[in-house]
Design a protein around this ligand. Structure first.
Ligand code: AMP
Length: 190
């Protein structure tokens, strides 16, 4: 099935529910207590990947965007397709130590300890209108740190877009105080 319809053996199903059903949940990965929401199964499905990309691209088709900023690593898969269709540049936000040229970096808090995200200083020009994308929004720490980097380099945040939101972790609410936030599907719990 590679058109825009959504069916199972019993006929049409709600497309949102179908998207949710394509995400594989792996309990206790990468550590006990985490329900890992695995989008590889969604992306392996021709209808599922196309539907996600169509919804995200349609949402921003007429938005003034210069750069899509994709967060490592699953965000790259989404950001590449979006930047291509929206005729924007693609900027990668990577974990510490991966980018070869001069970087701007931002630390952010994890449940235990900190992590650090980096963007090439040359990647954003003053006034660039940027859309930040990732596969999943949990606490919002990674996306918030990425937005801070973009702003420090002179860019403006047009919005933050995700396939999945975990609303119980509160990241969406926190980010929405500063930015426009959208996601395609939600999962309760963490
Ligand atoms: P956060 O900074 O807490 O919003 O975490 C978001 C980042 O961590 C994204 O890059 C996600 O891919 C990853 N992540 C966090 N929690 C999960 C989860 N339950 N399942 C899959 N990925 C997750």
């Amino acid at each position: 099935m590679n058109d825009n319809s959504s069916t199972n053996g019993d006929g049409p199903v709600d497309p949102q529910e179908h998207l949710r059903s394509l995400v594989r949940t792996i309990p206790d990965f990468p550590k006990p207590g985490i329900q890992f929401r695995d989008i590889t199964t969604l992306m392996e499905d021709p209808w599922g990947f196309k539907r996600c990309m169509d919804l995200l691209i349609d949402r921003y088709r007429y938005a003034p965007i210069d750069k899509v900023v994709a967060i490592e690593s699953r965000g790259f898969l989404i950001g590449g397709a979006m930047a291509h269709h929206l005729h924007c540049g693609l900027v990668v936000a990577r974990k510490k130590g991966k980018l070869p040229h001069d970087v701007e970096q931002q630390e952010y808090a994890l449940e235990y300890g900190t992590d650090c995200i980096e963007i090439h200083r040359t990647a954003i020009e003053k006034g660039d209108r940027c859309l930040v994308v990732d596969d999943l929004l949990a606490t919002g720490g990674t996306c918030d740190a990425t937005c801070q980097l973009v702003e420090r380099l002179g860019g403006e945040i047009v919005g933050c877009a995700f396939i999945i939101d975990l609303p119980d972790l509160g990241g969406g609410e926190k980010l929405a105080e500063k930015y426009e936030v959208m996601s395609l599907i939600e999962f309760e719990g963490d």
